[in-house]
Design a protein around this ligand. Structure first.
Ligand code: TXA
Ligand code: MG
Length: 314
């Protein structure tokens, strides 16, 4: 059962408690309703992908209450300070270098060394982030491929029974997602949204090329810089060859060096995926063999990630 919570002190305390337990809570922002989970918890973030039925682990936006929390997550240069000062809180997301030791789940960043951060303006979002006291990963609160929700009823229509709660804060004012500004190199517009590009150009004093030209794929899920282990990867391995490091899945892979989930739980497997790939990479000079993963539910996103990691590199 999905709880429908009022945006009052009791409702927000309940929502914050659910987030602390690794539960998923949908909440209003000024753009659209977000599907929030503790950005530091691999399991909570895996549940976000499961609830949305996302076929890919594309990176998520980390929502923060204030600048102190933002700077615990990402590195701000002078440009980032300036746009944050001008447009936060508000419908602007900044892609910045991830701070080392930030403890953000690899599932949030999709293993990248950059992170998308946003300080929303909606009073209910701000109150929830302050009550929770930590960074919250939140994509739009709709099933993958469906329209973004701007009312609590939309969230219920799409995700009822799949998430712990929704905080009902009424309709969202902006209705389109946040503008995404990339500041890891020269400034680039990664997604148009609630803050007009012209306003950002005026603030930065430079024209903003749009990311997404032929040279730069717009969907970060396609980026070549996406984390991949340096070791070669062999998929569909029901047993290891000599000297292979075996990442297993399920009870049949009891003898594996690492097991994504001994019980065959795909949410647990997704939560373990990135750090097991890193650990396997650190532990072997040879090949990493990975058990077959069923192509259902989160298994589709896991297999998508594994296929990318196993693809030829250049
Ligand atoms: O208005 C919004 O931004 C809403 C509300 C809930 O805050 N959230 C939202 O999240 O739209 P989502 O997950 O639907 O969009 C995240 C976007 C994706 O296009 C993703 O590719 C991009 O942010 N993104 C996240 N991390 C990134 C990174 N490190 N580099 C480049 N793009 C990134
Ligand atoms: Mg979305």
């Amino acid at each position: 059962m999905t709880e429908i919570l009022n945006a009052d002190a009791a409702g927000l305390a309940r929502a914050a408690a659910l987030l602390s337990q690794g539960g998923l809570v949908a909440f209003p922002t000024e753009t659209v309703y977000g599907l929030g989970g503790d950005a530091r918890s691999d399991l909570a973030v895996a549940r976000i992908f499961e609830a949305k039925g996302r076929p890919r682990f594309n990176p998520l936006i980390v929502h923060v209450a204030d600048m102190t929390m933002a700077k615990e997550v990402a590195l701000f240069d002078a440009r980032a300070e300036r746009v944050a000062g001008a447009f936060w809180p508000g419908p602007l997301t900044l892609v910045l270098p991830l701070r080392s030791g930030a403890r953000i789940s690899d599932l949030v960043t999709a293993g990248l060394s950059t992170v998308a951060v946003r300080m929303p303006a909606h009073p209910v979002a701000r109150a929830l982030l302050s009550a929770f006291g930590g960074p919250v990963a939140a994509p739009s609160a709709n099933p993958s491929g469906k329209v973004s929700p701007t009312r609590a009823e939309h969230v219920i229509a799409g995700l009822s029974g799949l998430i712990a709660a929704v905080v009902d804060g009424g309709p969202c004012a902006v209705g389109v997602e946040s503008t995404i500004l990339g500041l890891t190199g020269d400034p680039e517009l990664l997604r148009p949204g609630g803050i007009p590009a012209e306003a950002l150009e005026a603030c930065l004093g430079t024209p903003l090329p749009e990311g997404g030209s032929a040279a730069k794929p717009s969907a970060p899920g396609q980026l070549a810089s996406h984390y991949a282990p340096s070791a070669p990867i062999r998929l569909g391995a029901t047993r290891p060859e000599p000297r292979e490091l075996w990442i297993g899945f399920g009870p049949d892979a009891r003898g594996a060096d690492l097991n994504l989930s001994l019980t065959g739980d795909l949410v647990e497997a997704a939560a373990n995926l990135f750090h097991f790939l890193r650990e396997a990479d650190a532990r072997t000079e040879g090949t990493i063999a990975v058990s077959p993963i069923p192509e259902r539910g989160l298994g589709r996103a896991i297999n998508d990630r594994l296929r990318r990691a196993a693809a030829p590199r250049h």
